[in-house]
Design a protein around this ligand. Structure first.
Ligand code: AMP
Length: 622
């Protein structure tokens, strides 16, 4: 296909905002192509050179592009930069400067889509000394064959700035439109549309159809979703159904295309499969080891109750670690580690590679996990910012492995000798448990409980936060794994409220193992007159060290004792986190903090926040 032909499609895509129109334009682009062409076109229309799962970058900066333009156009860098400044787009700049030059010379050979793709693909392999100039040569070659407006799109492709508004949803719908019959409701069916076309008509509407459109050649069938895979869609241009069946069939087909993409992460493969093997082929597509799929994403919830509403009861409740998402693929003795953006970071994590080889007992799997860094001296967790130093590191890797050791925390499994993503999460987790041998500091399953009790979830949240982690994730036990989707099969709950600085005004002697320590702290805010009003009790989530410190601080301040209850002089200020503020008749302020947690002592403060602040935060929640 001539590149100029593709440019016509680019221009059409750029001239409309409507997703439906973009879908139709793309469907037109995809129809009637051979496999090789189709694969390339699907990538190029999304502004890609490689498939989404491929961790390859051609590494051409705007600066290098200016050099290539200089070479092709004969214009000086200064002139190019000036033009670039005024257009704000290097693609347009290329079009303008080449436009001026082309008055003298004329491109002789025609540029094809394949040639553009081939040259750009090659660039990714250029490495080491001299690679910059080879990259420039390679781009210059196609730019010198290009017409000015073609050059515009080549430059935009290379710089990954297509500005066409073609996202994954549009490509998916266009594949559907290109390779499956159009689905119409009976009300949309008109005789002229069907002229010379092959039509399949659902039984439910066939009577009506016959009455109105006697001359159209058609077949009728009983619409049943379960039988859809039997239909040879290739034989028809249109399917006519009643409203609800039309809707069902459309989602069924869309789901099949989406499934294809979910497991292959490659719309090129999906398009070719849809074209050659139809619905059965799409359903039969499977995940492959070493080809990463998009990670399932989490929705955010603000309360534990909302979490249960979204994922159902009981739920799996995990620590949410402040680490790096890692999809780990293992086959035989080979392991690869991919980030959430599907970059291959195996080289940066030889320790993880080794851990998985040694402690994951299977020859073929794909595991979803969080890699968490810890302090080599005391084992305490260190935040992501520090771990992130390892992700881009290209040299002295051994050194940084020792300085910033990590532990793998697997939380899901997508593949175990076969794809598992359609299985329930509870079953997947059982399988994960079976193959991971735990070793502290190397690899351990996530901290996790299964519960339907809000108090348990709260306790988990408290523990996670007090250990320096981010909060918790709640997960639907019956859900499949949906790559790339934020469907609400898992939710994250992080404390999002502003914190309050409160004074401790009372406490209680603890019982059992902790007797001898003061706990269950009554916290107060300040009113206008400087009195303290209770806003709740901080009882759970305190570590032994914290209880000891609290006792040491409060014991000298006790002013009154009544059984286990004590009142203390209001001197110790703490910063409290909590899930929400509720109205409460129990406490003198009229408010109660739900699930409060001690964040830290505020020795720098002498006084508590005011009741006004509590009331303001209460209002801001709604
Ligand atoms: P966020 O990045 O805030 O959208 O939260 C989702 C991220 O939390 C995931 O992409 C993971 O990297 C991370 N995470 C930490 N612990 C877990 C866990 N137990 N289950 C799932 N994701 C987790």
């Amino acid at each position: 296909m001539d590149y100029s032909n593709l440019v016509d499609f680019y221009k059409k895509l750029g001239s409309t905002q409507s997703s439906l129109e973009k879908t139709a334009i793309l469907s037109d682009l995809f129809s009637g192509r051979d496999d090789r062409e189709l694969e390339i076109l699907v990538k190029l229309c999304m502004g890609r050179i490689f498939s989404a799962w491929k961790d390859e970058d051609i590494g051409i900066s705007s600066k290098l592009m200016v050099k290539a333009l200089k070479k092709v156009s004969g214009s000086g860098e200064k002139a190019i930069n000036q033009e670039w400044k005024s257009t704000g787009d290097l693609g347009e700049t290329a079009e303008n400067i080449l436009g001026r030059k082309r008055q003298q010379t004329f491109a002789v050979s025609k540029l094809t889509v394949e040639k553009v793709h081939e040259n750009l693909k090659e660039i990714a392999d250029f490495e080491g000394s001299g690679s910059q100039s080879r990259k420039i040569d390679n781009i210059s070659e196609i730019l010198s064959m290009a017409k000015p407006e073609e050059a515009k799109y080549i430059v935009r492709t290379v710089l990954r700035n297509m500005r066409l508004g073609v996202g994954e949803g549009i490509v998916r719908d266009a594949i559907l439109e290109a390779f499956f019959p159009s689905i119409l409701e009976i009300t949309e069916a008109s005789e002229e549309k069907f002229n010379g076309k092959r039509v399949l008509v659902g039984k439910k509407v066939s009577q009506k159809f016959l009455e109105e459109k006697r001359d159209v050649e058609h077949e009728t069938f009983d619409f049943e979703l379960s039988e859809m895979s039997e239909i040879d869609f290739d034989r028809f241009d249109f399917i006519v159904l009643d409203k609800s069946d039309a809707k069902n069939l459309y989602s069924y087909l869309k789901e099949a295309v989406q499934h294809g993409y979910d497991v292959t992460n490659d719309f090129g493969d999906v398009a070719v499969t849809a074209k050659n093997k139809g619905i059965k082929g799409l359903r039969g597509l499977e995940m492959k080891i070493f080809r990463p799929v998009n990670a399932m994403l989490a929705k955010k919830v603000d309360t534990i109750g909302e979490g249960f509403e979204t994922v159902g009861k009981p739920a799996g409740v995990d620590y949410k670690y402040d680490g790096m998402r890692a999809q780990i693929h293992k086959k035989g003795d080979e392991v690869k580690i991919f980030t959430r953006r599907l970059d291959d970071v195996t080289e940066q994590f030889p320790d993880v590679e080794k851990a998985v080889k040694e402690f994951v007992d299977t020859d073929e799997c794909i595991i979803d996990s969080e890699i968490v860094a810890y302090d080599p001296d005391d084992g305490s967790m260190v935040p992501f910012q520090r771990l992130s130093k390892r992700i881009k590191r290209k040299y002295d890797i051994e050194d940084i492995v020792n300085k910033i050791p990590v532990e793998v925390r697997p939380f899901d499994i997508l593949y175990l000798r076969k794809a598992l993503i359609k299985e329930k999460y509870s079953e997947r987790f059982l399988k994960l448990e079976k193959i991971v041998e735990e070793k502290e500091g190397v690899i351990r399953l996530v901290d996790r409980i299964v519960t339907d009790d809000e108090e348990d979830v709260n306790a988990m949240q408290q523990r996670s936060l007090s250990e320096g982690q981010e909060g918790i994730m709640m997960k639907n036990l019956d859900a499949e794994y949906k790559p790339g989707s934020r469907v609400g099969y898992m939710v994250k709950l992080k404390p999002v409220m502003e914190t309050l600085d409160l004074v401790i005004i009372g406490a209680e002697w603890s019982e059992g193992r902790r007797s001898g320590w003061l706990g269950s702290l009554t916290m107060g805010c300040r009113d206008e007159d400087g009195n303290y009003l209770e806003v709740g009790k901080l009882a759970t989530g305190l570590t032994d060290e914290q209880l000891e410190e609290i006792t040491n601080r409060l014991e000298p301040l006790i002013v009154e004792e009544d059984g286990r209850q004590v009142k203390v002089s209001p001197e110790v200020v703490v910063e409290a986190e909590f899930e929400e503020i509720q109205k409460s008749p129990t406490y003198t302020s009229g408010f109660a903090l739900r699930f409060p947690r001690l964040k830290r002592f505020r020795d720098d403060k002498e006084d508590a926040d005011s009741i006004e602040k509590v009331a303001r935060l209460y209002k801001s929640q709604n």
